[in-house]
Design a protein around this ligand. Structure first.
Ligand SMILES: [Mn+2]
Length: 316
C-alpha cells in the first residue's frame, strides 16, 4: 500500500512526528508544509496526485491544524476525493481547531487531536501508532520539551536550529527528509549535521546580532513588550528565550521581511493566540503564536504600531 506522510515543516515536533509515523510505515514518502491556504493547496494537490497513481493508500497528516474556513473546505473536498480512490486519512494534531472542522474531519477519516494543550504531535503519534518503542519514546520526549519549552537549560537546541537553517536555505528541503529518516532509525546527530550546523552558526550569530540592533521595548498597560525585526536565520522560539533571559520583558513580538509575526510570552497573564487573532491569518497556542502584518515590513514604526494595536485589542 502506498503511504505518504505530510508534516509541518516548522520545528522538531513536525519532524519527529513524521519520524515516528515513518517507523510504523518505513516505505512511506515524506513531504513538509507550512500554514496558509496556498500551502495547504500545495499539500492536497500533491496527495491527490499520488492517489491517482494507485488505488488504495494512506495519507498521514501531522502537526498541521485547520484554523480557517477556506482550508477546512479544501480539506473536506480533498478527502472526499481521496475516499473515492479508496485512500484513507490519518490526521494527528494538537493545534486549536474550529469545532466545525473537527466534527467534519472525524466523519471522513481518523483524527487524533489533542486539545488539552499538554501534548505535542510526536507524543500523540507515539501513543496511537507505536507505543513502547524505545526510539520513538526518546523522540516524543525531545519534541515535548522543545514544543513546550520545558527544561530549556538542559534541552539541546541544535536540531531546532538546524531545521530552521534547512527551511531557509535554498535547496535544503531534502536535508529535512534526511533528518527525519535518520531520527526514525535513532540517529539524532551525525557528522553531516554537525558540518551543516557549523555553517549555520556563523551566519546565525550574525543575523542574531543584526536583529538585536532593531530591538524596541514599549510599555503596554502593565506589560513590557519587546519588538524585534528578525533576519532569516534567527529561529523565533530560541531567540525569544534569549531575549527573555537578557531582559525583563513579558512579551516578545518578532517580525520579518515577509511581514510574518511570531509571538512568545514570558508570563501566563498574556495570551499569544488572542493577540494573533487580531492579526491577518493569526493562529497558534496560548504560549506561542503567529500571524501576518498589513503594514509594509520595511516601515518598522508602522509595523510596531500595528502589533501594539493587536496587543491592546487582545487585552480588552
Ligand atoms: Mn507541534
Amino acid at each position: 500500500m502506498r503511504v505518504i506522510i505530510c508534516s509541518h515543516e516548522a520545528d522538531i515536533d513536525g519532524m519527529y512526528s513524521a519520524s515516528v509515523a515513518l517507523m510504523k510505515y518505513p516505505g512511506a514518502k515524506l513531504s513538509f508544509y507550512n500554514y496558509g491556504l496556498e500551502n495547504f493547496t500545495k499539500m492536497f494537490d500533491y496527495i491527490k496526485n499520488e492517489s491517482r497513481k494507485s488505488k488504495k493508500g494512506l495519507v498521514i497528516i501531522s502537526d498541521l491544524g485547520i484554523n480557517d474556513e477556506q482550508v477546512s473546505a479544501l480539506a473536506i473536498d480533498s478527502i472526499h476525493y481521496l475516499k473515492q480512490r479508496q485512500w484513507s486519512v490519518l490526521w494527528v494534531d494538537h493545534h486549536p481547531w474550529q469545532k466545525k472542522s473537527l466534527i467534519a474531519l472525524r466523519k471522513l477519516g481518523t483524527l487524533y487531536h489533542d486539545s488539552s494543550g499538554r501534548k505535542c504531535s510526536t507524543e500523540i503519534m507515539y501513543e496511537k501508532l507505536i507505543r513502547k518503542d524505545k526510539i520513538a519514546e526518546q523522540l516524543k520526549l525531545i519534541a515535548h520539551s522543545s514544543d513546550f519549552m520545558i527544561d530549556v537549560k538542559n534541552h539541546d537546541s541544535r536540531v531546532s536550529e538546524l531545521i530552521h537553517f534547512y527551511r531557509n536555505k535554498a535547496g535544503s528541503k531534502q536535508r529535512l527528509e534526511f533528518l527525519v529518516q535518520k531520527a526514525s532509525k535513532g540517529i539524532l546527530w551525525d557528522s553531516e549535521m554537525q558540518k551543516d550546523y557549523m555553517k549555520f552558526i556563523k551566519v546565525g550569530e550574525l543575523h542574531k546580532r543584526k536583529s538585536l540592533d532593531t530591538l524596541t521595548i514599549r510599555k503596554i498597560n502593565s506589560f513590557e513588550v519587546a519588538f524585534v525585526f528578525t533576519f532569516p536565520y534567527v529561529q523565533a522560539s530560541l531567540f525569544a528565550n534569549e531575549v527573555f533571559s537578557n531582559s525583563m520583558v513579558d512579551l516578545v513580538m518578532l517580525f520579518n521581511k515577509h511581514g510574518k509575526v511570531s509571538i512568545r510570552r514570558n508570563t501566563e497573564s498574556i495570551s499569544c493566540s488572542k493577540i494573533a487573532s487580531h492579526l491577518v491569518e493569526g493562529g497558534g497556542h496560548e504560549f506561542a503564536s503567529g500571524g501576518l502584518l498589513k503594514s509594509n515590513p520595511k516601515d518598522f514604526s508602522s509595523c510596531i504600531r500595528e502589533m501594539e494595536q493587536a496587543i491592546i485589542n487582545s487585552l480588552n
